[in-house]
Design a protein around this ligand. Structure first.
Ligand code: 5GP
Length: 189
């Protein structure tokens, strides 16, 4: 059986990565999502083990010691990490797995897994990104401000990715990413 692909999606906070990934999973039943672990508190409506596996700092640090994470990073004061076993199990079963991780995590994956497909999602303009960030009412004003600063730094990493996709329209952006994935599948055969 073919080993599943590893698809990394990064991009500044508020660009709409979650919506694009949700649409990708709806459009392609062969894709699975890698649910990360985090010490961040759940936002209203977020479900444990669906959006994230919510962990205490202590639990997270123990998992780091055990080598449970393929990569992990601190983002805006919270820890986030990709569970190694979730990724390996999916790929071994021939499923293509999608990771939504920040640029630090993507750097680690690039080094560890050179076959990963790295995609950076951007907004059509800076004004539009700020508008989308403001729209997310669940984050506090301080949180939004620091996420905006991080986003500016993250944008400078875009050129290190294999593909940069503009999220001007969810349907179009998802189709563009799916096209990248389908071409990679064809290369595997
Ligand atoms: P949020 O708090 O908005 O859900 O996520 C904040 C940032 O952490 C986003 O850039 C998101 O892609 C990233 N992130 C989510 N899960 C992981 C992970 O497992 N590893 C890393 N490195 N970043 C993650």
């Amino acid at each position: 059986m073919k080993r599943g692909l590893l698809v990394v999606i990064s991009g500044p906070s508020g660009v709409g990565k979650d919506t694009v990934i949700r649409r990708l999973l709806e459009l392609d039943s062969k894709l699975v999502y890698s649910v990360s672990g985090t010490t961040r508190r759940p936002r209203p409506g977020e479900m444990p083990d669906e959006n994230y596996t919510f962990l205490t700092r202590d639990q997270f640090e123990k998992l780091v010691e055990q080598g449970a994470f393929l990569e992990h990073a601190t983002y805006n004061g919270n820890l986030y990490g990709t569970f190694r076993d979730r990724v390996e199990q999916a790929r071994d079963a021939g499923r293509d797995i999608v990771l939504k991780i920040d640029v630090q995590g993507a750097d680690q994956v690039r080094r560890l897994m050179p076959d990963a497909i790295l995609i950076f999602v951007v907004a059509p303009s800076e004004e539009e990104l700020v508008r989308r960030q403001e729209e997310r009412g669940s984050d506090s004003p301080q949180d939004r401000a620091s996420r905006r600063q991080i986003a500016e730094r993250e944008m400078t990493h875009a050129s290190q990715y294999d593909h940069v996709v503009t999220n001007d329209d969810v349907e179009r952006a998802a189709a563009e990413i799916l096209d990248v994935i389908r071409r990679a599948r064809e290369r595997q055969t």
